[in-house]
Design a protein around this ligand. Structure first.
Ligand SMILES: [Zn+2]
Length: 337
């Protein structure tokens, strides 16, 4: 089979790789229906994170089950499935607290931008649909593999609830998903911080009530204007850079909460947060915890997180997908074998 391999910054190749097979009795192998490139894949592509050797890449997927190990009971060959960017057994003491991203027996993926994918812990990772979903739902289902659940995790981590004001820092696929999550969780003031008209349009479609294009102190001042002069009840930080984290700190009200889901690059002024009684929570999303509810909303066509995909390419053109996202010609690229 073929799949994407990153060799060095800027160098992603579509190469022949060994067919994944069932190794552990708890494994499944799926044939990819759709995969995509994540903003977090770009850290390596841009040379901001080391690539010590050629490495299969990609961690978002949906597909059809090809084979399962003898211990797998919840999915069977032929079923359409989606799973998160981390695998989990969904049974250990940590998973039972709905913190599946930190499963005691879990781990990450490498190489999901490929024709076939081995899924460890299949029962605790994958969710099957009762029938093959309509073709137009595939992008929204794929978005649940990472970005939508990550945006949702930002909202849950920040305690977003009915009537609250929420500012979202970041207008990438996760930030836009954070807007959608905040609206779904009942926030009534949802401020999308974005300078790009195409992304502003999606944020508005997702239910953002205000767009703030300014950044830095001006951006903070605009958020305060929209929140009785004090800042937002909750801020979803969906980028991870130091500038974005400081934007979040400046935009939250005293006693408010920051949901952090951007991969952390740079410090947070924890002393300032202490004196302002601001809470911080976040991290990698426990996708398996959110997947049942969000898949239901997608299948009922109540949310359309797949809107974040604005370019679709054949999987064989994965190198172009990276280039398009790196140069911001695309928000997020969907890949089909
Ligand atoms: Zn677990």
């Amino acid at each position: 089979m073929f799949g994407a391999v990153i060799h060095s910054p800027g160098d992603v190749r579509y190469e022949e790789r060994p067919d994944p097979v069932v190794i552990e009795p708890t494994d499944a192998v799926i044939r990819t229906v759709a995969a995509c490139v994540c903003g977090s894949d770009l850290w390596r592509y841009r040379g901001l994170q080391a690539v010590p050797k050629p490495t299969p890449i990609g961690h978002e997927y949906c597909g059809i089950v090809e084979a399962v190990g003898t211990a797998v009971t919840s999915v069977r060959p032929g079923q359409f499935v989606v799973g998160g960017f981390l695998h989990s057994d969904n049974t250990c003491a940590v998973c039972r607290k709905d913190a599946q991203a930190n499963c005691l027996h879990g781990g990450g993926f490498a190489g999901c931008q490929a024709e076939l994918i081995r899924i460890p812990n299949a029962d605790g990772t994958l969710l099957a649909t009762s029938e093959e979903p309509a073709a137009d739902l595939i992008p929204s289902i794929l978005a649940l593999s990472d970005v939508m659940c990550t945006g949702w995790h930002a909202g849950i981590s920040a305690g977003v609830g009915p009537g609250m004001s929420v500012a979202v820092v970041g207008d990438g696929a996760v930030g836009l998903s954070g807007v959608l999550a905040a609206v779904q969780l009942g926030a009534t003031t949802v401020i999308a911080m974005s300078r790009h008209s195409d992304r502003q349009a999606i944020a508005t479609e997702f239910g953002a009530t205000h767009i703030v294009a300014e950044r830095g102190d001006e951006g903070i001042a605009r958020v305060k204007e929209l929140t009785e002069g004090i800042g937002a009840d909750a801020v979803l930080e969906c980028v991870g850079t130091e500038a974005a984290r400081l934007q979040a700190v400046g935009s939250v009200r005293p006693g408010g909460m920051i949901g952090l889901v951007g991969l952390p690059h740079g410090d947070l002024p924890t002393t300032e947060l202490f004196w302002r009684n601001v809470g911080i929570k976040g991290g990698p999303a426990p996708v398996r915890a959110y997947l049942p509810h969000l898949l239901e909303l997608v299948l009922a066509r109540r949310i359309n997180p797949g809107r974040v995909f604005d370019l679709e390419l054949p999987l064989a053109e994965v190198a172009e997908a990276y280039a398009a996202m790196d140069s911001r010609r695309a928000i997020k690229v969907l890949l089909r074998p």
